[in-house]
Design a protein around this ligand. Structure first.
Ligand SMILES: [Zn+2]
Length: 427
């Protein structure tokens, strides 16, 4: 199959977004290019009818919205949420050390990393630097493969194929970034970062840095029906929401928007994560700035729908026994509605039916996922948003394999289908 344009744009978005900071910067760049005005939380807001706005919190979460023709109290909010972060390895504050002649970086594990997939990959480094003479942190990206976590040779670990590889987070994960000697003088990491950023080492006051796969995303499969990429969970949903909001009609009764949250992979408990008041703050400020009051905000919430978009588990050909036999999503068979009776997903019969109606209107098939009853279910920002905001919520996502691996895979056709449904949501 020919790779759909939306899927090509997704792969470019993923490659431009090795960290949540870069994902937000890239989303912001595209929104500003389409006429969205950047608001600041610390300034007063005045919003025009049909105005298009965005606001960033913490550099890694973003809300964008288009003001509706009618006040939120009368037409509600139509929203999509996704998360900007993916499981990865992050540098410790004093990361650089030398061991047996190797220069290495101390790393912490962020989220549910499939650890063994990080071995023998060419790793690149990215994140942000806090600089003495800049108000905003500087985004940094070293695109070439500077690091590697070497596997142990099979000759020194003979039973690895029978017993499996157990990766110790403290002792096995520090990547090798070079050899000691002159280059291994104390402070070598700061010196290297300063060189990459073009600043003096003393100007670096702090950093948030993480590793990622240096290889670019790719279209895969004999007929190009697959995509192989890092961070599909959940940059694919961030990108689908972004494309849908950009594709949506310029005017509609409801105020329509998206929220891209950081920190979902570690429980969402941060100043800009889904447990923060970020989205509620924005809803309230929209109600106030469009001439409404507290009651209009309450009315708006009761008239709203929140689509929580996060990736779903496609059936795995070698592990079909891990799936509920009646609910086995397939690649390129359309978006998946995710259901869990314990509300690890926020979907109800009512919100599922609303999403299905949108899919029907977009001429897109949907699938349904329920975990095996004897396996613990994952969760998303959906239940958190539903509980905090009191807004009817549906959990959905496109099917994929290798979730939380350094490199994941999905179907090339599903992305356009998800965008089509979300665009209907915004229409
Ligand atoms: Zn996710």
């Amino acid at each position: 199959m020919e790779t759909p344009v939306a899927t090509q744009r997704l792969l470019a978005f993923i490659d431009a977004a090795p960290t949540p900071y870069h994902a937000v910067a890239e989303a912001r760049r595209r929104l500003v290019a389409a006429g969205f005005v950047a608001l600041r939380e610390e300034e007063p807001w005045s919003l025009a009818p049909a105005g298009r706005y965005l606001v960033v919190r913490g550099g890694s979460s973003l809300v964008a919205f288009v003001v509706g023709d009618r006040p939120p109290g009368e037409a509600g909010f139509r929203w999509v949420g996704a998360h900007t972060d993916s499981p990865n390895l992050r540098l410790k504050p004093r990361a650089d050390h030398v061991r047996e002649g190797y220069r290495q970086l101390g790393v912490e594990v962020y989220g549910g990393v499939l650890l063994h997939t990080w071995l023998d990959r060419d790793l690149a480094l990215a994140g942000r630097l806090v600089l003495a003479d800049r108000e905003e942190p500087l985004l940094l990206r070293i695109q070439r493969p500077v690091a590697r976590i070497p596997n142990i040779a099979i000759h020194l670990n003979r039973e690895v194929n029978e017993k499996g590889l157990v990766v110790n987070r403290q002792t096995h994960l520090p990547p090798v970034v070079g050899l000691a000697g002159e280059a291994g003088e104390p402070g070598w990491l700061k010196a290297a970062l300063a060189r990459e950023a073009g600043v003096h080492p003393d100007a670096i006051l702090g950093f948030d840095l993480m590793l990622h796969d240096a290889a670019p995303s790719a279209v895969g499969g004999l007929d190009g029906e697959l995509i192989f990429a890092p961070r599909l969970d959940n940059l694919a949903s961030c990108h689908a929401a972004l494309e849908a909001l950009l594709d949506a009609p310029a005017t509609a009764a409801s105020t329509r928007g998206l929220v891209l949250y950081d920190n979902e992979e570690v429980g969402s408990e941060s100043a800009e994560g889904a447990q923060s008041p970020f989205l509620l703050d924005v809803f309230e400020r929209i109600a106030l700035a469009t001439g409404g009051g507290r009651e209009d905000l309450m009315r708006a919430r009761a008239r709203s729908l929140f689509v929580s978009a996060d990736m779903a588990h496609a059936v795995h050909p070698a592990f079909t026994d891990r799936h509920e036999p009646q609910h086995m999503p397939r690649l390129n068979a359309g978006p998946v509605i995710k259901v869990n009776a314990s509300l690890r997903y926020a979907t109800t019969g009512v919100t599922a039916a609303r999403f299905e109606a949108l899919a029907r209107a977009a001429d897109v098939p949907v699938q349904v996922f329920v975990n095996r009853t004897d396996l613990a279910c994952g969760t998303t920002i959906g239940p958190i948003t539903a509980a905090r905001a009191g807004i009817p919520t549906v959990d959905v996502g496109n099917p994929m394999l290798s979730m939380h691996s350094i490199r994941e895979m999905a179907g090339a056709a599903d992305h356009g289908a998800m965008i089509a449904v979300l665009t209907k949501h915004y229409t």
